[in-house]
Write a protein that binds this ligand. Structure first.
Ligand code: FES
Length: 361
């Protein structure tokens, strides 16, 4: 639709229904008719649930409507918990072919026992139940350029496992390095041997940091066998990807040959805590605590919407009125004027005032 008609359509819907589109306005009525309907989402049936390495491996059956994905991409899992539809972002860990051939995909959901979402899943989900999924997104994808190194720490193994499983034939060497803490924390424990047998050119390094010590950038460089012309895919906690990317760059690997994705934002503890005022509806709150603005809001006892907590889903988007924030993913500083920011990846570096009409205390 041309931009002008799009604008007129949105204005009209805003005036008539106080919604951005007709679909959003019709959503409550559709839900009355079809209780399982969720606009913009895809229904998926749970085929099996397997606890493994502190995760729940969810095997899901999706309909023909569910779009294709590229190995490495993630999606949002939506589950109704205590009458509220909550969602979190997870990487797909199964092969692309399993979707195209069987209409199945798999997620490995790491359980945080205290977490509002993942902590409630073990007592809520059961085979046969339906959940909802967003479309797969993300540009952390395997380019199929070889030789390649896939290097994962902890649950960062999930997108890389999908990349490896999606390869049909390996014609050049590939190294997969997976660091985990203790045998009980090793994901996909039953699958590694089969993958090794399928791909003779695969060098699989299963690094048990409980026995072998922490996989440091120096140790990684020792594993590289001087192959600095390869392509590198890194996934793990943010500090892991930052440290390993720097080590590879310093060793002479081209920046374009390194792709990384991380989870968990690490906020450096140094630096002065800046005053932040968060306006929720009609009320203003002075934020205490430290860390990202989302963490500070939570430490202050406020409830604000969030999804992925890593700058992907935009659910924590709100309006900054003034002040400078640092983007914790890119290190970029905002300007001091008004602008939109994501609370989960923003840290105040000057006094900040921010407001959201969407969020509620
Ligand atoms: S919670 Fe997803 S972008 Fe902030």
């Amino acid at each position: 639709m041309p931009a002008i008609f799009q604008t007129i359509y949105q204005e009209l819907c805003q005036t008539l229904f106080r919604q951005s589109g007709f679909t959003a306005a019709a959503e409550p009525f559709l839900r009355q008719l079809i209780p399982a309907h969720r606009a913009g989402l895809y229904r998926a049936r749970i085929l099996s649930i397997t606890p493994q390495a502190g995760c729940l491996r969810l095997r899901l059956k999706v309909s023909r409507r569910f779009p294709a994905f590229v190995a490495g991409q993630h999606l949002q899992l939506h589950v109704e918990l205590n009458g509220r539809l909550l969602e979190r972002t997870f990487s797909i860990c199964s092969a692309e072919q399993r979707l195209s051939e069987l209409r199945e995909l798999e997620l490995a959901v790491q359980i945080q026992p205290q977490g509002r979402f993942t902590g409630a899943l073990p007592g809520t989900l059961c085979p046969g139940m339906y959940v909802h999924l967003s479309r797969p997104v993300g540009d952390f994808c395997f380019e199929r350029q070889l030789p390649a190194y896939l290097i994962a720490a902890g649950s960062g193994v999930t997108p890389l496992f999908s990349m490896l499983s999606s390869i049909s034939r390996l014609t050049q060497p590939m190294t997969f390095i997976y660091s985990f803490r203790g045998q009980t924390r090793q994901l996909f424990a039953m699958e590694w041997a089969a993958l090794q047998a399928k791909f003779p050119l695969l060098r699989l390094v299963l690094w048990d940091s409980e026995k072998q010590g922490r996989l440091t950038p120096e140790r990684l460089l020792g594993e590289l066998q001087a192959d600095l012309q390869a392509h590198f895919y890194l996934c793990g906690p943010q500090q892991f990807t930052v440290d390993f990317s720097s080590a590879l760059l310093n060793a002479g690997v081209a920046k374009a040959a390194i792709r990384s994705e991380s989870f968990g934002i690490v906020v450096p503890p140094n630096g002065e805590i800046q005053p932040v005022v968060l306006q929720l509806g009609q009320q203003s709150h002075q934020l205490g605590g430290h860390g990202s603005l989302l963490q500070r809001a939570e430490q202050t006892g406020l409830t604000v919407p969030y999804g992925c907590r890593r700058g992907v889903c935009m659910q924590c988007l709100c309006e900054k009125n003034s002040g400078v924030v640092r983007n914790l993913l890119t290190g970029e500083l905002s300007d001091a004027g008004p602008g939109r920011i994501q609370l989960c990846v923003s840290e105040a570096v000057s006094p900040v005032t921010v407001k959201s009409v969407e969020i509620s205390a």
